[in-house]
Design a protein around this ligand. Structure first.
Ligand code: NAD
Length: 471
């Protein structure tokens, strides 16, 4: 056979190769030290120490990245992760215990149990909006479950990313943890490697890229995505309480919170009573000029700033609307009489805009919510227990808060995660521990001689007896 004169074009050699780094972590995992309770507690303690000793560095970085006020950053990022660590430390011994299950007569004498075993090396890809919490919250569960991890912080929060890359190797077992900084090129190269689990937090478009890459290696994924989280306010709700909670939840971190109420649903009469109360709360929190307030954050970058400006265009601004591009400042803004098919209702806002969609009653609100993708969170304010129960039963969402917003995320024993378009899998508490473990099924028998029943030849008498035993 003569050789074809046309040589097949060779695939370009990728510039970046994280194979050796993943192999190094794999060797750390193969040492088996991550399986012990002592190692896991040590790593959790070290993480807690890092948060305490480097607190000021992290607060400064969060301010640099997102203009985060120190108290907000401490509550939602450092203390949030610290709470998860304390909780995991307290319960880890119990979570790691084998769990006995009943062994049926066919398995007697014998015992059966499940044991949660670590998976191996986990890739943690985090987002920029809570750049510390979203990198380290999942890491707590990853460590609790006895895994090694490669952490890829978000390049859109560069100051925090740099600190994680600097401090994690100093505090955690360097054979088992490493940080890779970078953007799309680095992430693409990382995703070529085989991991034992990938947890990704961010938008659904990249979520699909991550899942496709993971499929090449049959790697399980946890996707922490977003969506339009609805907040229904019924006429009987205590509106002064609602206004304060909604103002806090929507405008914290300048609206860049995945579980923030994305839009409100209520009737016209309730809206008329609600708006002045919301205005009062916003002024109470951020003053008459939020740009001067040191309790109010900034939009992460110019691209998002312009995206938000475009979403406001043509809408009826009931409150706010001022902006300053040079400062990436966008005033807390409320949009009234928004149409269900307007651009601001088509995508997650992820900024300090709050549209109000008019609905008449809970049924109409539920129908609207159920006509769209399943959200990451759903909220209802009402004093009527029947309505609260209906909402809880009929609305599917990653999480739900009745008569408040976002506070479920501070409950250590509640899983945190999405459903459908808002994600899959969860972390926090025991659910997080199990998410990064394999529950191995184990059965142990004795070596006593067996009765003939289960073995060939399959005589009719054996068959009849088996049927009888099964009942
Ligand atoms: P993103 O999806 O743009 O980026 C997240 C990560 O993906 C980054 O580390 C980035 O480097 C990487 N990336 C970006 N493009 C890539 C590509 N083409 N190939 C490979 N990797 C790529 O993040 P975003 O959309 O700006 O994040 C905002 C979204 O994240 C919102 O929808 C929000 O609701 C969601 N979010 C969810 C949670 C949660 O816990 N469920 C928390 C925070 C944010």
């Amino acid at each position: 056979m003569t050789q074809s004169p046309v040589r097949e074009q060779e695939a370009p050699t990728p510039r970046l190769n994280y194979g050796p780094e993943v192999q190094r972590l794999r060797a750390g995992f193969a040492s088996d030290r991550t399986r012990t309770l002592a190692w896991r507690l040590e790593q959790l303690d070290a993480l807690q120490r890092m948060l305490k000793e480097q607190e000021q560095h992290f607060l400064d970085a969060l301010h640099e990245d997102l203009g985060k006020p120190a108290m907000e950053a401490w509550v939602t990022e450092l203390s949030n992760v610290g709470g998860d660590i304390t909780h995991a430390r307290k319960h880890l011994r119990g979570w790691m215990k084998a769990r006995r299950v009943k062994t049926p007569i066919f398995g007697q004498p014998g015992r059966s149990w499940t044991r949660a075993e670590p998976l191996g090396v986990v890739l943690v890809m985090s987002a920029w909006n809570y750049p510390l919490q979203i990198a380290l919250g999942p890491l707590v569960a990853v460590i609790a479950a006895g895994n090694c991890a490669l952490i890829k912080p978000s390049e859109l929060a560069p100051a925090t990313s740099a600190l994680l890359a600097r401090f994690i190797p100093d505090y955690l077992d360097p054979d088992c943890f490493s940080v890779v900084e970078g953007a799309v090129e680095e992430t693409t190269a990382l995703l070529r490697e085989r991991f034992d689990h990938i947890i990704y937090t961010g938008g659904a478009a990249v979520g699909r890229i991550v899942m496709r890459a993971a499929a090449q290696h049959l790697t399980p994924v946890t996707l922490e995505l977003g969506g339009k989280s609805p907040c229904v306010i019924l006429p009987d709700a205590k509106l002064e309480v609602v206004a304060r909670r909604v103002a806090w939840g929507r405008f914290m971190n300048a609206g860049q919170t995945c579980i923030a109420p994305d839009y409100l649903l209520m009737d016209a009469e309730t809206e008329a009573r609600f708006l002045p109360l919301l205005k009062q709360e916003l002024e109470g929190m951020f003053g008459r000029d939020a740009q001067q307030s040191d309790s109010y954050g900034r939009i992460v970058n110019q691209r998002h700033f312009e995206r938000l400006q475009a979403l406001m265009r043509g809408e009826n601004i009931a409150m706010g609307g001022a902006s300053d591009a040079s400062d990436r400042y966008l005033e807390p803004t409320v949009l009234s009489g928004v149409a269900a098919d307007s651009p601001v209702m088509q995508e997650e806002i992820f900024g300090p805009l709050l549209p109000i969609l008019r609905v008449n009653g809970l049924t109409e609100a539920i129908d609207h919510i159920r006509s769209g993708d399943k959200p990451l969170a759903a909220y209802l304010f009402s004093g009527d227990s029947e309505q609260l129960k209906r909402f809880e039963e009929l609305v599917s969402a990653g999480s739900m808060c009745l008569n408040d917003v976002m506070m479920f995320s501070a409950v250590a024993d509640l899983p945190f995660g999405g459903v459908g378009e808002s994600g899959m899998g969860s972390y926090k508490g025991e659910d997080g521990f199990l998410n990064f473990s394999h529950r191995k099924a184990v059965m142990a028998r004795t070596q006593l001689k067996d009765p003939a029943l289960r073995f060939a030849p399959y005589a009719a008498t054996k068959f009849a007896l088996l049927r009888k035993l099964r009942g």
